[in-house]
Structure formats: structure tokens, C-alpha cells
Design a protein around this ligand. Structure first.
Ligand code: SAM
Length: 340
């Protein structure tokens, strides 16, 4: 997986062999929040000193992050974060000098990034579907590729419909909030087994002015929610446990394991969700789940086997790779609907 598949802010993809972050050449493991030894050796204790212009800070920062797949981008995001300015202001103010406090702050953030911490955890925010989400290491960093899931719903439902949506494994709440921003008459429930994730998702919905239509509950997939849903979406953990060592270091060492791994074959979460879903999807409901690029056909097969499923479809991500599967009972082939 090359740079092209990583998100515009360098967030690495989740799948095996995914780079886009800082990749290990040694394969050495390291503990969460510990800088990777390969990079510790390369980080001067005080990379930038004295009077530093913003433009020079950008170039020096990128040089210090040369092990990243996206050094200039990383340095730019960190500098913008410290100065609380946008891209245009960064260029316009390139010849201004940073204060000593700003230099110190920048050095500290560069050291964290050089230690493999994802940029989104350092800045505490990640944009998804043109909305800003608060993120901490308690939640998966939203990936641009998950936009395929939002597009798949938009392609099958009208914006003015009043839908009841369930988002299973809501994490930061990014998928539910993105859908509610597109379907202004709809409401939804985001469920996650992590209490920390539930509180971050709630804060995000609040920040985006969506809390009146978004409820967040702690629990096991659909179990804590009542009633049926017109749309069920899920981006559950789907990485096989054995793939851990081949993930980008940024992912393996910093993102929550409970958001990544799903048993020996990566399908445990799908099995659990599909066991709960048949009674909880409305008669003309739509169900869509994200998966890894090499899992879409198997997931479509599993969906086919679900009681009351319609003919499955698969969806593709920004790079054109298979990224999920689902089915839509509305206008579906009646013969398949009768399966149980
Ligand atoms: C891959 S992350 C997806 C987060 C978010 N929906 C996104 O797309 O960025 C999967 C999420 O599922 C949650 N999860 C794992 N097992 C769960 C379970 N049994 N019930 C509910 N949520 C679960 C994790 O805590 C994590 O937040």
C-alpha cells in the first residue's frame, strides 16, 4: 500500500502492510506512547533553536520527520495547529519569527510525531466528510475511505427522508454525524462498547449541533438499542489478530486495539453483528458494513446468509478498492428476501 492510499493528512490505512505513517524497517515492537527506537536515535534533543522563521520551521520540521511518509504535510499541520492559522496564513506569514514558546511547543510536537504518534492524536482533531471531529487515543482516527459508506447510503436514500439510523461501533461518532448532516430529517443512535468513545462521540455531536438527533449508548452492537432501524451501518474492527505486526507503527502502537482487531480471521465482529441484526432492520431497511479490501466478497457472502437479506452489493473506497458490503431491502429481489 503506497502513499496514494493514505489520507490527505497522512493517516495510515488500517490494512496489512499499510503505510502512510512512519513505517518500521526493523519490525521491532514498542510500547504505546514510547518513541520508536529507530527514530529516537535520529531526533536531536532540541531540533530548532533561537530565532526561527515560520517558513524555515516548516522545512526543518519536515527534515526532522523524514521517516514519515508525509513529512512536509505533518510539519505543516503541526505548525498550523500551534499558530492556530490556516494554510493561506502560513504562507503569508512565512517570514515572521516564532516566539521561543512556539519553538519549544513545535519541538515537542515534532518529537511526538517522530515517535510515531499520529498527527490527529497530537492535534486532537481530524476532519471527516468536511466536519471537524475531536479525537483522542480512545477512538479510531476517522479515515477518508470510510466516506464510501456515507456515499453508499446517499446513493440509496433521499436526503429528506426521516430515517432511524444505527451506527454500530461508533468510535468518534464520525459516521453517524456525517449521515445526520446529510439527512436533516433523520435521527440516529451510535453504539460503542468503549465508554470513552461514547463520551467523545457525544461531545462531537454536540460540537456539530447534532445532539438533538443523535443518541450515543454504551454496549454490545445492537443489544442496548430498542426498536428497528431503517439504516444500519457499521465500521467494526476487521483486522485479523495475526496481522498486527504488519500494520503501520502509527496504527499498531497508538490506535485502540479494540477498534482494530476481530479474532483470528478478522470476521468476529461481523458474525456478532449479523447474529443480532435480522430482527432489528426495518422491512425496507438498508444495511452496510465497511471491511478491508480483501474481505468484501466474504462479507457479501455472510450478508447473503443473513435471514431476510436482499442481494448484497459491495462498495469501493477512494482508491477504487473494495471497502465494504451491504444489502438494501427496498426494491430488492423478492425471491432473495424470502430466504431465512
Ligand atoms: C474500526 S472502529 C470504527 C470507529 C468509527 N465508526 C469510525 O469509522 O471511525 C470500531 C469501533 O467498534 C467498537 N467496538 C468493538 N467491539 C464492539 C462491540 N462488541 N460493541 C460495540 N462496539 C464495539 C470499538 O470500540 C471501536 O470504536
Amino acid at each position: 500500500m503506497g502513499k496514494d492510499a493514505s489520507s490527505p493528512d497522512g493517516t495510515p490505512p488500517l490494512e496489512k502492510g499499510g503505510q502512510g505513517g512512519i513505517a518500521s524497517s526493523s519490525g521491532a515492537s514498542f510500547k504505546k506512547n514510547d518513541p520508536h527506537p529507530e527514530f529516537l536515535r535520529k531526533i536531536p534533543t532540541s531540533p530548532l533553536q533561537g530565532e526561527v522563521r515560520i517558513g524555515d520551521a516548516l522545512v526543518c520540521g519536515a527534515t526532522l520527520l523524514s521517516q514519515s511518509e508525509t513529512p512536509l504535510l505533518d510539519a505543516r499541520i503541526l505548525l498550523k495547529h500551534i499558530l492556530a492559522i490556516d494554510d493561506a496564513a502560513l504562507i503569508a506569514r512565512a517570514r515572521e519569527t516564532l516566539t521561543p514558546e512556539q519553538v519549544e511547543h513545535y519541538n515537542a510536537l515534532l518529537a511526538r510525531r517522530a515517535g510515531c504518534e499520529p498527527v490527529a492524536y497530537i492535534t486532537g482533531t481530524k476532519e471527516f466528510w468536511s466536519l471537524d471531529f475531536k479525537v483522542t487515543s480512545d477512538v479510531l482516527i476517522p479515515r477518508d475511505d470510510s466516506g464510501a459508506l456515507i456515499e453508499a447510503v446517499l446513493a440509496r436514500r433521499n436526503r429528506n427522508e426521516a430515517l432511524r439510523i444505527a451506527d454500530l461501533g461508533t468510535g468518534s461518532g464520525c459516521l453517524l454525524c456525517a449521515l445526520l448532516s446529510e439527512f436533516p430529517a433523520s435521527e440516529g443512535v451510535g453504539i460503542d462498547c468503549s465508554p470513552a468513545a461514547v463520551s467523545i462521540a457525544r461531545a462531537n455531536a454536540n460540537m456539530l449541533g447534532l445532539s438533538a438527533r443523535a443518541q450515543f449508548i454504551e454496549g454490545d452492537w445492537l443489544a442496548p438499542a430498542s426498536g428497528t432501524f431503517d439504516v444500519i451501518i457499521a465500521n467494526p474492527p476487521y483486522i485479523p489478530l495475526g496481522d498486527r505486526d504488519s500494520l503501520a507503527l502509527d496504527v499498531a502502537a497508538f490506535e485502540p486495539a479494540g477498534a482494530l482487531f476481530a479474532g483470528a480471521d478478522g470476521f468476529d465482529a461481523y458474525r456478532q453483528i449479523l447474529a443480532q441484526a435480522p430482527d432489528r432492520l426495518a422491512g425496507d431497511g438498508l444495511m452496510i458494513m465497511e471491511c478491508g479490501p480483501d474481505q468484501a466478497d466474504s462479507l457479501a457472502l455472510m450478508l447473503r446468509g443473513m435471514a431476510g437479506a436482499a442481494e448484497p452489493f459491495t462498495m469501493r473506497d477512494l482508491a477504487g478498492r473494495p471497502r465494504g458490503a451491504g444489502f438494501d431491502r427496498r426494491n430488492a429481489d423478492k425471491s432473495l428476501q424470502k430466504r431465512d
